[in-house]
Design a protein around this ligand. Structure first.
Ligand code: PEP
Ligand code: MN
Length: 361
């Protein structure tokens, strides 16, 4: 995936994080238009709504289906917003492409299924629209980075270059604070492997409750994510799906205004100076450690001459106790002090043994 293109749209500031918002599901034409109106009034430019809803169990609201495509086009016409919806199979892909939906996303239950992903990728490739399309791939329900990457690669291989990932957390058994565990190290690893792949956070599905949208969104920005996809409904308590995690457009606007967006690329002069200090101190640390090892080797020579054992238990315990205490007095944790002193001691012993066995250079 080395020819990815940035996901930018005319009229949307490319320097700012991408924000996609809208209801979990389009329920009625009125609810769709009312939510879109309120969102567009707060400056949201990309509207999301699920029309095909993959539900865990039968009997739930499974979405309004193809009819919703017309509602999304109405949103585009009336409020000038870009539209985004979820697709899960060939038919959804064909219909959404035909309707001119701007952004297609693939849900967590679908990205876990390579046959469904390939079918969608083939449909996109055959449509001839791959190069103008934006596709976002949610992480699979299970914490499997390779499966997520595989799903992204299938879409990339279909010719899509405006490709992004959505982090929506990972399923676990039992009740937890989060509906889906964030396991931040997984999207972070994805970022390290594909630095040019935009990653968008879905705090609604990670948290499962509205109170968690703000802290999760802030955490995502602090970690350098490129945007958010948030569920927002004109009347959240009456939503037909995911009611507990939806917020009104007004509350969403309030949340977005509280978030601090840090620029991970901009380093100020004072940060550069501080980093230079760290570099210098690290060099001093290495120098001092090397000096300490030199003294250990001298001790090794002495012990060899006097036929003494390398480890002198009494001295060793005294060293650990007194240094841990001194470190704590200087504001460092006892565990950290023990770990670092043990590591230094192990290396000192190794160097002394080298001398005693006459393998020293
Ligand atoms: C959704 O975005 O409404 C949705 C169904 O999400 P997920 O695939 O993350 O469960
Ligand atoms: Mn939802």
């Amino acid at each position: 995936m080395d020819q990815l293109q940035p996901i930018t749209f005319p009229g949307i500031d490319p320097q700012k994080p991408l924000v996609i918002a809208g209801p979990c599901s389009a329920e009625t034409l009125e609810q769709t238009l009312q939510t879109a109106k309120e969102l567009s009034e707060t400056g949201i430019k990309i509207f999301r709504a699920g029309i095909w809803k993959p539900r865990t169990k039968p009997g739930g609201f499974e979405g309004v289906g193809s009819e919703g495509l017309e509602w999304l086009n109405e949103v585009k016409k009336q409020y000038g917003m870009l539209t985004a919806t979820e697709i899960a199979n060939r038919q959804h892909a064909e219909e959404a492409l035909q309707a001119g939906i701007d952004i297609l996303w693939i849900g967590a239950r679908t990205s876990a299924n390579p046959f469904a992903m390939q079918e969608i990728a083939d449909t996109i490739a055959a449509s001839g629209k791959a190069d103008s399309l934006t596709v976002l791939v949610k992480n699979p329900v299970n914490p499997d980075l390779e499966l997520w990457i595989g799903a992204l690669q299938r879409i990339y291989n279909a010719g899509v270059r405006r490709l992004g990932a959505i982090h929506r957390g990972f399923s676990t058994y039992g009740k937890h604070l989060y509906r889906n565990m964030p396991q931040w190290h997984i999207p972070v690893e994805l970022r390290l492997r594909y630095p040019n792949l935009p990653i968008i956070c879905d705090p609604s599905h990670i948290g499962g409750k509205r109170e968690l949208i703000a802290p999760l969104s802030q955490q995502a920005f602090d970690m350098g994510f490129n945007g958010l996809i948030v569920e927002s409904h004109c009347n959240p308590d009456c939503a037909w799906s995911d009611a507990a995690q939806q917020v009104t457009p007004e509350i969403l606007n309030f949340i977005l205004n509280t978030l601090v967006i840090r620029d991970s690329h901009q380093t100020t002069e004072s940060l550069t100076l501080l980093r230079q200090q760290i570099d210098r101190i690290d060099n001093e640390l290495l120098d001092i450690l090397a000096k300490r090892m030199g003294v250990c080797r001298d001790i090794g020579r002495y012990k060899k001459e006097h036929r003494m054992s390398v480890v002198q238990a009494g001295r060793y315990n005294d060293i650990i106790r007194s240094r841990v205490k001194a470190g704590e007095d200087m504001g460092m944790g006892a565990e950290f002090m023990k770990t670092i002193l043990l590591a230094i001691h192990d290396e000192s012993v190794r160097q002394q043994i080298e001398i005693i066995n006459d393998r020293a250079k």
